[in-house]
Design a protein around this ligand. Sequence first.
Ligand SMILES: C[S@@+](CC[C@H](N)C(=O)[O-])C[C@H]1O[C@@H](n2cnc3c(N)ncnc32)[C@H](O)[C@@H]1O
Length: 310
Amino acid sequence: MRKIAMADANIKTYHKLIFGDSENMKELPDGSVHLVVTSPPYFNAPFDYPDLFESYEKYLDKMTKVAREIKRVLAKGRIACIVCDDILIDGKKYPIVADLTKIYINEGFIYRDKIIWIKPEGYIRISRRSGVILQHPFPMYFYPDNMQETILIFQNGKFDYKSIPEKAKEQSKIDISEYQTKKWYLNIWNIVNVLPLKNRAENGIAAFPEEIPYRLIKLFSFIGETVLDPFMGSGTTNKVSAMLKRNSVGYEIDLELLEVVKEKMKLKYARILKDYEVEIIIRDDAKYLRTQLQNKVSVKNARKNSKRSL
Ligand SMILES: C[S@@+](CC[C@H](N)C(=O)[O-])C[C@H]1O[C@@H](n2cnc3c(N)ncnc32)[C@H](O)[C@@H]1O
């Protein structure tokens, strides 16, 4: 998919995929990670995590504990990128973007930036709520379709630019023509989302497209460093880290995703050169979630459809 400079081809990378709750990242020493790229569950998002959390307060409490662990394991001056969005459940919008911003600031991060990820209009995944107004063309029926998510960028204090060896800098140089032509320099990124095709490996996982970790890893880490995703899902961040010659660590609570993650890490390019190693750790606090959540989604959809046909 991407060109990788041949000069980098002989760098071996290591990937630790841990099944367990990321509120505890005991496998990682303090300051051992150079970048975080992640996307937490969006509370009880109806299409992905119905009733996963008992309440919004409990959800925020979990997000706070994970943010605290991220702060501990992230090296000084380094970046945590959180892909997130507000979520509408039963007509009520939960302000996840604002609440996560507050949580990370309270945990001691600098709020560095915000990028809006825009998806193409034709690829809206969730039902088109704007259609209500076609049936009821009157004031008060307006709900817009959502085509965006937010990438929050936090920094763990000041970065020491002099701490990076010249060689690592040279190897990690950003391709300016890619930066310009794909408009990475804007705080709006137009990127196609993962298409909801049937029978895809990531079915039931709100995976982000590879382009998101690809840009963030190139912009905020150096070759040979370690990227962490505390909400690994299908392992997109880990796969792209390997492609870009970074080590990675992933935490995922749902052991049902083990096979998906294994599948995703089979990088053709890397396998030919045998240039990365994967270690899988299964902890006692891993759970089985995916089937149960998908069943709930089906039941909710069936209920919705039967209401519509009444
Ligand atoms: C939005 S998905 C991440 C998708 C991922 N970015 C990808 O591209 O596949 C969030 C993931 O976090 C996992 N998760 C939820 N709570 C967790 C926790 N406490 N510890 C670790 N993983 C958790 C969910 O099971 C889900 O797979």
